[in-house]
Each structure stands twice: as structure tokens, then as C-alpha cells.
Design a protein around this ligand. Structure first.
Ligand code: NAX
Length: 336
């Protein structure tokens, strides 16, 4: 049997943490043959909830779970860590300005990035779930340098990707795995651009399938603009309104799929992830931006050479502008 992989989960006592732990321990993330050792990082206020989850993990007697350790010290929790899921973050409180939110999260993701740089395994990879996820990943990557290459840090837009696939599957009465080539561009926020220009359903371009169903190309474009894009971009708010609480199981599922595909490969399929830009599609280098990506099992690579028409480009540019604004606000705080 392979040696256990140390997986560190921050915010493990929170909602998404609770949904993640059991699936990771059951082997859903790395596959049935790969044992894991879990490290749960919490702040003192969240420690009891994390302790309770650890007791329940024990009660599951998962064969692939080779130990659970808890800490409120990032240097302990990330020691030897191969995979980090950075979930714990500071939520926006009443009256909190964007700059306050960025500053509060810089105070979390800066020290965590530095600890990953200092004590994690040489091949560590980290995904940021906690919002504002893209900019938190930027801060963590900068703080882990030069010990960890920046491209080992990614941020989660897989939930947005899955939401887009789910909406198309429902609208076209198709199976989700027949929908291919969807892309989320930009920031994990309401400015994101869910794009179907290169997507197919059962091998047919999505736009043609929609036109067939909705009575023409114009109706298909109107549905994408007026229903699909806003619904995907604002799905988090819809879930809160209906459920009375934010997305939890779907977020944990997306984080597991993000890590699984990054580690084991996408088998040639395209998915979406926010990765450190090398300037692809004109995005300023170093921003953590969502792109269509593939993986051979050694990290995500941006799918290059796709065409974006004028309207698509404008949507993507607006989201990238937001990322630039977040980066500049963090720079103004002296964090980067
Ligand atoms: P919860 O408030 O239930 O849990 C957060 C946990 O993090 C708490 O237990 C808290 O004690 C802990 N925490 C806070 N600061 C910490 C620190 N410095 N070190 C370690 N732990 C710390 O939130 P939950 O619903 O689990 O959501 C977690 C984050 O995911 C939020 O920032 C949320 O906005 C974000 N989301 C991101 C999504 C994405 O697609 N990228 C979707 C779902 C979710 O909204």
C-alpha cells in the first residue's frame, strides 16, 4: 500500500469542513488505494467542533484513514502536508468594506502561505476555497515564495463549473457527463463568465442544441444572457435564499473533484479552475484567474487557443478588472 498522504484542511470545524472530512477519509478524493492522514487546522473558537468531527471519523473506522490530528498552529498543521484545502476564512461582517475583508483575510492566508512554504512537503499543492478565494490564493502563494512555486496554489471555481453543467443538463434534458467543454473565466464572484461557446452536449454544440429546443439561435443567445449566466453567477445567493444557509455539500464535492482531477488527471477532458496566470488570454501575469484547464495528474494547465468573441471578451475583461482591483487593494495594504 502507498504511504499515506498528509491532507490539511483549514476551517475543519466549519460547515464545508464537516462535509469534506468524511468523503476524503472514505477515499473519494485520492481513490481507494491511497491512504490519508488528516490534519485539521482551526482557530480556538472552532476547535470543539473539529474535535467532534474527529470523534465521528474514528467511529467510521475508515480503512484508508491513517490518523487525525488537530491544531490551531499552522506550522504544526502544515508540517509535511502534501495537499492543503484552505477553507477557513473571515466572512464579510455587517458594515465591512471590501478593503476590510481583504485585510482580514490577508491576515489568515499570509501566515498560512508562509507556514506552507516553511514546513509542507516539497510537492505540496494547495486549493483555496475560502472567499475571496482568488485573491486569498494570490496572497498565500506570495507568502509561500520562494519555497513553493506559485503554480502549486489554485482557487476553487469547480463549483461554478459544476453549476453551469447542471443548468445546461437540466435545460437540455441531458446527462451531466454528456456536457463537455464548459468554461468559467475570471473571478469566483458574480462577475465570473460562464462560457458555453466551446461546449457540446452529446457531441452537438450547446448553442445548436439550445437553438433547437428554444426555437432559434436568437432565443438561445437570449437564454444564455438572461437566464444561464446570471443564474450560475448568482447561484450561491439563490442557495442561501432557499436553504437558509450557504452551499456546503456542493462546495465540498467541488473541492474534492478539483483536487482529484489535479492529482489524478482529467483524462483529456476540460474543467475549470483558478490558476496563477502566465499571461494567457491577456490576463496580467500572477493573478489567480479561472480558466478552462486540463490536468495530466501533475497540476492544471490552461487550455490555450480558444476564441472569445467581442461580447465574451468584454465579460471576461470585466471579471479580470475586478481581480486587478482586489490585487491592487491588497498591495495598498502592503501585503504583496
Ligand atoms: P463556516 O463559517 O461554517 O466555517 C469556517 C470555519 O473556518 C470556522 O469553523 C472557523 O472557525 C474557521 N476559521 C476561521 N478562521 C480560521 C483560520 N485562521 N484558521 C483556521 N480556521 C479558521 O464557513 P463554510 O460554510 O465552511 O465556508 C467556508 C468558506 O468557503 C467561506 O469563506 C465561504 O465563503 C467559502 N465558499 C467558497 C466557495 C467556492 O466555490 N470557492 C463556495 C462555498 C463557500 O461559499
Amino acid at each position: 500500500m502507498a504511504a499515506p498522504t498528509t491532507v490539511t484542511i483549514t476551517g475543519a470545524g466549519g460547515q464545508i469542513g464537516y462535509a469534506l472530512l468524511f468523503r476524503i477519509a472514505a477515499g473519494d478524493m485520492l481513490g481507494p488505494g491511497r491512504p490519508v492522514r488528516l490534519r485539521l487546522l482551526e482557530i480556538p473558537q472552532g476547535m470543539r467542533a473539529a474535535e467532534g468531527a474527529a470523534l465521528e471519523l474514528q467511529d467510521c473506522a475508515f480503512p484508508m484513514l491513517h490518523g487525525v490530528e488537530l491544531s490551531d498552529d499552522p506550522r504544526v498543521a502544515f508540517d509535511g502536508c502534501g495537499i492543503a484545502l484552505l477553507v477557513g476564512a473571515r466572512p464579510r461582517g455587517p458594515g465591512m468594506e471590501r478593503a476590510d475583508l481583504l485585510a482580514a483575510n490577508a491576515g489568515i492566508f499570509g501566515p498560512q502561505g508562509a507556514a506552507i512554504g516553511a514546513v509542507a512537503a516539497d510537492d505540496v499543492r494547495a486549493v483555496v476555497v475560502g472567499n475571496p478565494a482568488n485573491t486569498n490564493a494570490l496572497i498565500a502563494a506570495a507568502s509561500a515564495a520562494p519555497d513553493v512555486p506559485a503554480d502549486r496554489f489554485t482557487a476553487l471555481t469547480r463549483l461554478d463549473h459544476n453549476r453551469a453543467v447542471g443548468q445546461l443538463a437540466q435545460a437540455l434534458d441531458a446527462r451531466p457527463d454528456d456536457v463537455r467543454g464548459v468554461a468559467i473565466w475570471g473571478n469566483h464572484s458574480a462577475t465570473q463568465f460562464p462560457d458555453v461557446a466551446h461546449a457540446t452536449v452529446g457531441g452537438v454544440p450547446v448553442i445548436d442544441a439550445l437553438a433547437e429546443r428554444l426555437g432559434g439561435h436568437e432565443a438561445a443567445v437570449a437564454w444564455l444572457d438572461d437566464v444561464f449566466i446570471p443564474r450560475v453567477a448568482k447561484r450561491g445567493a439563490e442557495i442561501i435564499e432557499v436553504r437558509g444557509s450557504s452551499s456546503v455539500a456542493s462546495a465540498a464535492n467541488a473541492a474534492i473533484e478539483h483536487v482529484r482531477d489535479e492529482q489524478l488527471g482529467t483524462g483529456g477532458a476540460t474543467t475549470s479552475a483558478a490558476v496563477v496566470s502566465r499571461g494567457e488570454y491577456g490576463v496580467p501575469e500572477g493573478l489567480v484567474c479561472s480558466y478552462p484547464v486540463t490536468s495530466d495528474g501533475d497540476g492544471y494547465r490552461v487550455v490555450e487557443g480558444l476564441t472569445l468573441d467581442r461580447r465574451a471578451h468584454a465579460r471576461f475583461a470585466a471579471s479580470v478588472d475586478e481581480l486587478v482591483g482586489e490585487r491592487d487593494a491588497v498591495r495598498a495594504l502592503g501585503v504583496l
